[in-house]
Design a protein around this ligand. Structure first.
Ligand code: PLP
Length: 398
C-alpha cells in the first residue's frame, strides 16, 4: 500500500470500504457494516441502488460533460420537476452544498441590489448553524473553530442566538437583505426550529422586505419524511439550498428560488463549469424518479416511527448512556450522556456507523430506503453498544 500524500484536514477512522449494498458497507476484509450515516446524509437511496447505477452507466456511454455554453436537456427536466414539487420557479445547479449556499447568498444580495437597495447585503444567521466551508459560508456559519486563521471574516453576516426572537428583531437593520436558517440544524446537533418560529421568520421577512433562505442541504430530499423539511411548518422560503441527498452519492447541489427572488440573477452574473453536467443530471433525475414514486415518503415516516420508539426505549433503559432522542423522519440524533465519540466507538465495535454532530450528538441517518427489519437490526446493535457503555459507567461509579 502506497503512503498517502493527503492534507491532514480529516481525522479518519481506520475503515476501508470496498463496496456497498443498500444499507450495508463492506470493507476490504469483507466485514459488513450497517451504514446509519449514509456518507453524511448523502446516500439517500443506499449504496449501489440499481436505478441509479443504470442511469449513471447509460449516461456515461453517451456524454459526461458539455459545459453550460449549451443546452442540457437533463437540467431542463430536473429543474422542471424540482420546481413542480416545491415553492420554486427557478433552479441553479451546483456540485456541492457550499456552492448552493453561495448561490443563495448571491441571489439574495443581487435581489436587493436590483431593487435599488445595494446597501442591503447583510444576512442574519443563527448560532450553531453550518452552511459549508467556503470563505462566505464559514462567515455565515459563524463558528470560531472554522474561521480561525483564515483572514478577515467575510463581511455582511450577523449572527443571533438560536431561537431568540428578540435578538433576531434587534438584528434587522436597513442593511439586512435576508435571513438564512436550517429548518433543523444538522451539524449543530439535530436541533429542530419550532414551527411557530419558522412562521414568524416568514412574517418578519414579509414585513421588512427581506428574503427568507432555507438551507435544506441536509434536511431536504426526503430526509425528514417530506420532500422538504419546511413543509412541516407550512411556510415557504424565497430561496433554498439543496445538496447531499439530491445526488444519492453523485456530487450535486441546487439553489432554488422564486422568479421574483431570482430576478437579479441575469445572464453573466453567476456561473459554474461542472454544475448541472449531463452525468449529474442523469443521476439527479433518477433519484427523483424513486423519491417521487407513490409511498416513498410514507415509508420513511413509518420506519422512522418504529426506529424512534426503539430509540426512546433504549433511552429509558440506558439513561446513563442516552440523554435525549430528537429530530424528524430519518434525520435523528441521539444526545449522549457519555462522550459522543465513545458511543460512536461502541457502535463501531458492533459494526454500525453513525455520524457525530455538535452538542454531543450522534446522528442516525440511514439511507431513506431502510426497511423496518434493518431499522430493528440497527436498534439491536445500538442496544449492545449501550449495554457495554452502561457496564463501564457502572464500574466507574462503583
Ligand atoms: C453539508 C452541509 C453544507 C455543506 O455542503 P458541502 O457539500 O459539504 O459543501 C451546508 N449546509 C448544511 C446544512 C449541510 O448539512
Amino acid at each position: 500500500m502506497a503512503e498517502a500524500a493527503l492534507f491532514d484536514t480529516f481525522a479518519r477512522a481506520p475503515l476501508r470500504f470496498e463496496r456497498g449494498e443498500g444499507v450495508w458497507l463492506v470493507t476490504e476484509k469483507g466485514e459488513r457494516y450497517l451504514d446509519f450515516g449514509s456518507g453524511v446524509a448523502v446516500n439517500s437511496l443506499g449504496h449501489a441502488h440499481p436505478h441509479l447505477v443504470e442511469a449513471l452507466k447509460s449516461q456515461a456511454e453517451k456524454v459526461w460533460h458539455v459545459s453550460n455554453l449549451y443546452e442540457v436537456p437533463g437540467q431542463e427536466s430536473l429543474s422542471r420537476r424540482l420546481a413542480d414539487n416545491s415553492f420554486a420557479d427557478k433552479v441553479f445547479f451546483t456540485n456541492s452544498g457550499a456552492e448552493a449556499l453561495e448561490c443563495s447568498i448571491k441571489t439574495a444580495r443581487r435581489y436587493q441590489y436590483v431593487k435599488g437597495h445595494p446597501e442591503r447585503f447583510h444576512i442574519i444567521t443563527f448560532e450553531g448553524a453550518f452552511h459549508g466551508r467556503t470563505l462566505a459560508t464559514i462567515a455565515a456559519g459563524g463558528q470560531a473553530k472554522y474561521l480561525e486563521g483564515f483572514g478577515p471574516k467575510v463581511e455582511g453576516f450577523d449572527q443571533v442566538p438560536f431561537g431568540d426572537l428578540d435578538a433576531l428583531k434587534a438584528a434587522i437593520t436597513e442593511k439586512t437583505a435576508a435571513i438564512l436558517i436550517e429548518p433543523i440544524q444538522g451539524e449543530g446537533g439535530i436541533r429542530p426550529v419550532p414551527k411557530e418560529f419558522m412562521q414568524t421568520l416568514r412574517q418578519l421577512c414579509d414585513d421588512n422586505g427581506l428574503l427568507l433562505i432555507f438551507d435544506e442541504v441536509q434536511t431536504g430530499m426526503g430526509r425528514t419524511g417530506k420532500l422538504f423539511a419546511h413543509e412541516y411548518a407550512g411556510v415557504t422560503p424565497d430561496i433554498m439550498a439543496l445538496a447531499k441527498g439530491i445526488g444519492g452519492g453523485y456530487p450535486l447541489g441546487a439553489c432554488l428560488a422564486t422568479a421574483e427572488a431570482a430576478s437579479g440573477m441575469t445572464a453573466g452574473t453567476h456561473g459554474t463549469t461542472y454544475g448541472g453536467n449531463p452525468l449529474g443530471m442523469a443521476v439527479g433525475n433518477a433519484v427523483l424518479d424513486v423519491m417521487l414514486a407513490d409511498g416513498f415518503m410514507e415509508n420513511i415516516r413509518d420506519v422512522s416511527l418504529i426506529f424512534r420508539q426503539g430509540l426512546a426505549s433504549l433511552k429509558d433503559r440506558f439513561p446513563e448512556v442516552i440523554e435525549d432522542v430528537r429530530g424528524e423522519g430519518l434525520l435523528l440524533g441521539v444526545k449522549a450522556k457519555v462522550p459522543a465519540a465513545e458511543l460512536m466507538l461502541a457502535m463501531r465495535d458492533e459494526k454500525m456507523l453513525g455520524i457525530p454532530a455538535g452538542d454531543n450528538v450522534v446522528r442516525l441517518i440511514p439511507p431513506l430506503t431502510v426497511t423496518v427489519e434493518e431499522a430493528r437490526e440497527g436498534l439491536a446493535r445500538l442496544e449492545k453498544a449501550a449495554e457495554k457503555l452502561a457496564a463501564v459507567e457502572m464500574k466507574k461509579s462503583a
